[in-house]
Design a protein around this ligand. Structure first.
Ligand SMILES: Cc1cc2nc3c(=O)[nH]c(=O)nc-3n(C[C@H](O)[C@H](O)[C@H](O)COP(=O)(O)O)c2cc1C
Length: 176
């Protein structure tokens, strides 16, 4: 099962993430949890989130980049849900062996993230990568959709289809 933890503060105004979800939400064995719609008051149902994670083989953290980081509800989700004694610490192994993919959209272009003036993309991924590894997950190559500031809906489509193909390929490789 693929579980997409989706954190968009204004999902109704999304273009990039919405186009991605339209491609994948109805695939077999894909579950989407839209955090801002589930928890508009930021009160996260930790047990429900942990149960969903337990069912998943591939976990995707999908969100728009905000100030080189994640939207705030997603950070709270990490703090609350990946709890001591469940995700890490002692004998905790709830997430061990699962795969983790970061799927992020950015207003800036790929060039904006090249090492130099700004931190490279690998640098920005490090807190999430470290979190995944600390919980015993396998960190996959991130899916990145750049340049959303300048892309219209038509230009976003090939990228959204690439996302779908990535998930289909993963399912094919892990069938049975
Ligand atoms: C508060 C805020 C902070 C943002 N910070 C960044 C950023 O640091 N880097 C970047 O490339 N884009 C940034 N953006 C642009 C968003 O990443 C972009 O609008 C989003 O990926 C588009 O996806 P959507 O159509 O699903 O909303 C920011 C947007 C907002 C609202």
């Amino acid at each position: 099962m693929i579980l997409i933890i989706y954190a968009h503060p204004y999902p109704q105004h999304s273009h990039a993430n919405k186009s991605m979800l339209e491609q994948v939400a109805h695939l077999d064995d894909v579950e989407v949890r839209s955090l801002y719609q589930l928890y508009p008051d930021f009160t996260i149902d930790i047990a429900a989130e942990q149960q969903a994670l337990s069912r998943a083989d591939l976990i995707i953290w999908q969100h728009p980049m905000q100030w080189y980081s994640t939207p705030p509800l997603f950070k709270l989700w990490l703090d609350k849900v990946l709890s001591h004694g469940w995700a890490y610490g002692g004998e905790a192994r709830a997430l061990h062996g699962k795969s983790l993919m970061w799927a992020v959209t950015t207003g800036g272009s790929a060039h904006h993230f090249e090492l130099g003036t700004h931190p490279g993309f690998d640098v920005l991924a490090q807190p999430l990568q470290a979190t995944a590894l600390y919980c015993g997950m396998t960190w996959l190559e991130p899916f990145v959709m750049h340049s959303t500031f300048i892309c219209d809906d038509e230009a976003l489509q090939p990228h959204a289809r690439r996302y779908k193909q990535l998930l289909l390929d993963w399912q094919e490789a892990h069938r049975g």
